[in-house]
Ligand binder design. Structure first.
Ligand code: NAD
Ligand code: 6OD
Length: 485
């Protein structure tokens, strides 16, 4: 039976103006039909979200609201296997990855922000007035209102709840537009929300594409009070433009061309293991992933050889096969983009250390979005392969001689999301932390997450920070009340 992914509006399943195919990237088979929302459905979702602000949701105490969010987290955990199966079918990622990363983080994102909002203080200042009296100022945090949430496909539930968790904890209502590639877990979350008792209209999902579709209809909607977006930098520009109508705030988590830096004093085994994760995890489809690796010259040959061994040990295969550590890319369309960079690397004269093409897969998987884990050396820094975000399981490795040089190389990009630095010298570590123009700098680690910390990108990698109290900057409107005593 064909699976249908409906829009979820005001706690009801709603058909779209048409349907489009949802495909399994492992074999490109059609696994469901997605109901594309037109303007009418998007309007209905925004209206429901607006009405819910003034209904039971808006009347709840913080204790009631946060208890409900804990129930949502429990609901995800109770149905974890269904969420894992849905994420795996949409993305092709290994079952082990979805069950250890995506789905547990989906639940944690609700708990962390529910607990945070119960405990966060607001400021208060007492001041002297010109007439010798006193006044007291205190801040009040109000929900911003209806939040439009636009999501990518690489970590669908994790990245969506990273926004929906704090948005709801702060008392907002949301209309979510998941990626057209990965509609399943956002839809399933509708069931969990409803079963947990979240009032109608608080969590809405509209499916579809970007331009001339649900994404644009949502971001252009004048009754959406703020837009939070994760995705490509170019899409972020379009969304910012849409948000300028009505002067609505945006929170943007965008692309990157992240560097890994390995100093000669680093622990080689740990650095290789860490960079292998940073390059190949989730088939390289992690915004924080490393696509440029700089290795200090004395360690260069040993590092390249060791990373090659790691890459060649990756077991590429279907998500549910035991031992598989890398699945396909998210779609055949995305594979075309990644392979175009593999071809560009060849044209630009790269030495292919390993990979560079399509793996041999059994006949039943031959139509899937497979690519080989790939490592290059020998490219110049102005090659598109070294400058542009590929979002695939690949990296270029170049040697460097000293700290000053590597800081210049790392920072020579319009992006500024993350870096992963490997050294045993604490002074070097602190200097790199200060010198690299990125939002997140990991030292001797990668993607080690404390959800209380600021997360976001510098330069064209984004605007704003999410995580911990930083999320409140976007999801609440701070008001100052000044009382003459
Ligand atoms: P994308 O920008 O193509 O699409 C993201 C979402 O935006 C999708 O839901 C899409 O339908 C929607 N969209 C597209 N055009 C739109 C428009 N004009 N108006 C409204 N919505 C529109 O990104 P993607 O391919 O899904 O994801 C990969 C990209 O996301 C990479 O660049 C990656 O670096 C980035 N990313 C960044 C972070 C971060 O935290 N900085 C996290 C994950 C992914
Ligand atoms: O861990 C997170 O909170 C987060 N936003 C991760 C983003 C990964 C990008 O692909």
């Amino acid at each position: 039976m064909t699976k249908h992914f409906h829009n979820f509006i005001d706690n009801q399943w709603v058909e779209g103006v048409r349907t489009f195919d949802n495909r399994n990237p492992a074999d490109n088979s059609v696994i469901g039909q997605v109901h594309e929302a037109g303007r009418e459905q998007v309007n209905a979702a925004v209206n429901a979200a607006r009405a819910a602000l003034n209904g039971p949701w808006g009347m709840m105490t913080i204790a009631q609201r946060t208890a409900l969010l804990h129930k949502v987290a429990d609901g995800i955990e109770q149905r974890a296997e269904e969420f894992v199966a849905a994420e795996v079918a949409d993305t092709g990622k290994p079952h082990s990855l979805a069950s250890h990363l995506d789905i547990p983080r989906g639940a944690a994102n609700f708990k962390v922000f529910a607990d945070l909002i119960r405990n966060v203080p607001t400021e208060s200042f007492t001041m002297d007035t010109p007439d010798g009296g006193k006044a007291v100022n205190y801040a009040v945090r109000n929900p911003r209102g209806v939040i439009g949430v636009i999501c990518p496909w690489n970590l669908p539930l994790l990245l969506m709840t990273w926004k929906v968790g704090p948005a709801l904890a702060c008392g907002n209502t949301v209309v979510v537009k998941p990626s057209e590639e990965t509609p399943a877990t956002a839809t399933l979350l509708g069931e969990v929300m409803r079963d947990a008792g979240v009032p109608a209209g608080v969590y809405n999902v509209v499916h579809g594409f970007g331009e001339h579709s649900a994404g644009a209809f949502l971001t252009e909607h004048k009754d959406v009070d703020g837009i939070t977006f994760t995705g490509e930098t170019g899409t972020g520009e379009a969304i910012m433009q849409a948000a300028s109508k009505g002067v609505r705030p945006v929170s943007l988590e965008l692309g990157g061309k992240n560097a890994g830096v390995i100093f000669a004093d680093a622990d080689l085994d740990k650095a290789v293991a860490g960079i292998a994760r940073a390059v190949f995890e989730n088939s390289g489809q992690v915004c924080l992933g490393t696509e440029r690796v700089y290795v200090q010259r004395p360690l260069f040959d040993a590092f390249v050889a060791a990373l090659k061994v790691r890459a060649e040990a990756i077991k590429v295969g279907p998500p549910n096969e035991p031992g598989v550590t890398m699945g396909p890319l998210v779609s055949v369309g995305h594979r075309q983009k990644v392979l175009s960079y593999y071809q560009q690397a060849a044209r630009d004269g790269a030495s292919v250390v390993t990979g560079g093409g399509i793996p041999n897969m059994p006949a039943e998987l031959a139509e899937g979005a497979w690519v080989q884990p790939t490592i290059w050396t020998g490219l110049s820094e102005d090659s598109a392969v070294v400058r542009e975000e590929i979002f695939g399981p690949c990296c270029h490795i170049a040697p460097f001689d000293d700290e000053e040089e590597v800081v210049r190389l790392v920072n020579d990009t319009p992006y500024g999301l993350a870096a992963s630095v490997w050294t045993s010298n604490l002074q070097v570590a602190h200097r790199m932390g200060a010198a690299l123009d990125v939002g997140i700098c990991w030292i001797n680690s990668w993607f080690l997450r404390d959800l209380r910390t600021a997360f976001g990108g510098a330069k064209q990698s984004g605007i704003g920070r999410e995580g911990g109290v930083h999320s409140l900057e976007f999801y609440t409107e701070l008001r100052n009340v000044c009382i003459r005593l």
